[in-house]
Design a protein around this ligand. Sequence first.
Ligand SMILES: Nc1ncnc2c1ncn2[C@@H]1O[C@H](COP(=O)(O)OP(=O)(O)OP(=O)(O)O)[C@@H](O)[C@H]1O
Ligand SMILES: [Mg+2]
Length: 461
Amino acid sequence: QEKVEERTRSLKEANKGLEERNKFLATMQAVTNLISRTMDLKQVNQMIADSIARELGYVGGILSFVDTEKNVLKVGAITNNTETKKALAILPKDPREYETVLEEGYSLGAQTVLSGKINFSDKMSEFLSPPVDKDSLEKIQAQLGVKTIVGVPVFSEAKIIGIIHFLMSVKKDQISSLDIETMTALTNQVGIVSRNVKLYNTLQHANEELQDANMRLRELDKAKSEFLSIASHQLRTPISALKGYLSMIIEGDFGKIPGPINKVVKDLFESASRLARLINVFLNVSRIESGRLKLEKKPLQIVDMVESVMDELKNEAAKKELKFDFKKPKKKVPQIFADSDKLREVVLNLIDNSIKYTPQGSVIASIEFDDENLTFMVEDTGIGIKKDEVKTLFRKFVRGSGVAQVHTGGSGLGLFIAQKIIKEHGGRIWAESDGQGKGSRFKFEIPLYDEKTMEYAPEEK
Ligand SMILES: Nc1ncnc2c1ncn2[C@@H]1O[C@H](COP(=O)(O)OP(=O)(O)OP(=O)(O)O)[C@@H](O)[C@H]1O
Ligand SMILES: [Mg+2]
């Protein structure tokens, strides 16, 4: 009989221990849940202070944090319920206005933060006075029925960032090890949360700044594109007029002109043409950027086009005494499906580049094809390209580091436009070079015209 009773008693005790442990885990879970729902540090601290009374069942708690600049401790949150509110009304001022100086011997609160060790006291005044006056504290303690105060330091990444004062309604010897464990666990949560929230806020801040910067950049970019578009359109008409009249003068429409002036007029015409080409480049870029680059694809014999480009540029090549050649395939070249004006710009820029960036030697264009694709290539013996620049040259405004040696002007837009145009044709463009000073090969590949799959409906006349 006795044995059974004893056994029952010990089982009951074990059960009680388990129950308490369970309660502890459930409490911590509830607190963690609460905390993880918000990223506002003030709110989190208040939640923790409130959970000390609501979840843990203690009288209440005071969370204070170190102000490293002033080297003082300031109240961050106090359990907010009717009892504590009434008790705090005893204080002559707002509890948040008090500052505990972090000096040896100032108060037990300061001492706890300085030492990083848990402290106990049966007097609130021992922990909190100074700065709070003893009288008020004694009244508050009596009113709340506080028997013990436990001061637990708050650690965050090995640094002490504050303290939680737990107000308990029991004497020190009635505080269990589980209570201490609970208080420590909660205090650790405060440390972790404060670190997370700070990280989060830093990230958030950086993110907002980035977004701002991004928006400003986008607006600028848009403004720039609009300006480019408007300026180019406005410039086009007067320059066409200029070119038109200059060409009429050269043709002799206004009568014969004296030799020296003739040369000047020809130079003027050249300059006007260059200007017109540049404006065309800008227009193309602004079309690309606003998504207004439209292709009018037709079956096209690229050989004729390359020949006409070669013809247009042969004087430039001759000026530098370059070997200038177009190697046509022996077999008949099949048609491609392309916008002939746009593709001509690509071929023109590639061959023009090769001439520009080749001080001596040769510029040779050629064509290859298989059943599906045609590849156009221009190979030169010029300044070549550094390995790491082979891809970047196709970006907007990028000019290679080698161009400085040949002192030629250029916008760095030609290849950017070329790449967009070739991509729009469903093809690809790339550069190859064995390195600086070793010449370059620029190639693009484009699909052949296939009557069955490519829709071409010539407008009826
Ligand atoms: N054949 C080439 N050999 C060596 N470098 C080249 C060659 N073609 C292009 N590049 C490099 O690529 C850069 C970009 O070429 P892109 O045609 O885009 O601009 P650009 O020729 O400088 O100016 P633009 O064509 O607008 O007058 C050139 O500045 C040059 O550094
Ligand atoms: Mg160019």
